[in-house]
Write a protein that binds this ligand. Structure first.
Ligand SMILES: [Zn+2]
Length: 246
């Protein structure tokens, strides 16, 4: 029997990488990440978790302060920025356009909103043994927010130790944004956001033996949809094997 998993939905922010690194190689933890730990943008991936019938121990929403996604949302609603593309509006921004949303405390608002969305999406469809939790990671102000960044998209239900990705890219773990979804389509709004916020020119997709076709297809799809270069990176099998935990 497959073991129970804990699902963690976390923001793509690099300041959360070290906290998640230990969990990233575990086969009883499924990490999904996007801008602002946005449940609405992960519907396809979460649906496939539900459809798989796998036992779920807990679902955790992991967020942090000084979140660029939340600042982006607020600046659009305050009309300090032009309205973004439809996919970004539909996936991320529109849920905040409600009279009862407290934009002055948007980080807290987002916590409440995401846990509420999770419960609505999951309840009645699958049992979550220990229930839902929010984790707030205090993060220092990110002064590098608008520089060019490395953005990595991990696609498929995989358990790639983050440090192996950093190693393959010769980058520091804390310098990469990580988007993570089971369904390739779920990462599109976040690539769009990274393009808008960070002047994203290329994206990195770690290539795993087990998901080879999916990764090739995603790379073609992403470069066609966004006109950005996609770099495929082979992970060192030695690293993956030694750091993975079963
Ligand atoms: Zn964030």
């Amino acid at each position: 029997m497959e073991k129970e998993i804990t699902v963690i939905i976390a923001c793509m922010d690099p300041r959360l990488n070290e906290r998640l690194n230990e969990l990233s190689g575990r086969d009883d933890v499924l990490i999904l990440r996007n801008a602002g730990a946005n449940v609405n943008g992960l519907r396809k991936s979460l649906q496939s978790v539900i459809d798989s019938g796998i036992g779920i121990k807990a679902i955790v929403s992991m967020q942090h302060n000084d979140c660029a996604a939340n600042k982006f949302i607020k600046s659009i609603i305050d009309k300090e920025r032009p309205e973004p593309s439809k996919i970004l509006m539909d996936s991320l921004v529109r849920q905040f356009i409600r009279s009862d949303v407290d934009l002055a405390n948007i980080d807290q608002t987002n916590h409440d909103m995401q846990i509420d969305s999770l419960q609505k999406l999951v309840e009645g469809k699958i049992k979550v043994r220990d229930g839902y939790a929010t984790v707030h990671i205090p993060t220092p102000h990110n002064s590098h927010e608008h520089k060019e960044h490395t953005v990595v998209a991990i696609i498929g239900r995989s358990h790639v130790p983050y440090e192996c990705i950093a190693e393959a890219l010769h980058k520091e773990l804390k310098s990469i944004y990580i988007i993570q979804a089971i369904h390739a389509k779920d990462v599109h709004p976040d690539i769009e956001l990274a393009k808008t916020l960070f002047n994203l020119k290329h994206i990195v997709i770690p290539k795993l033996e087990t998901h080879r076709d999916l990764h090739n297809e995603t790379a073609r799809e992403v470069s066609k949809a966004f006109g950005i270069d996609v770099e495929m990176v082979n992970l060192t099998q030695n690293c993956v094997k030694s750091r993975s935990k079963h």
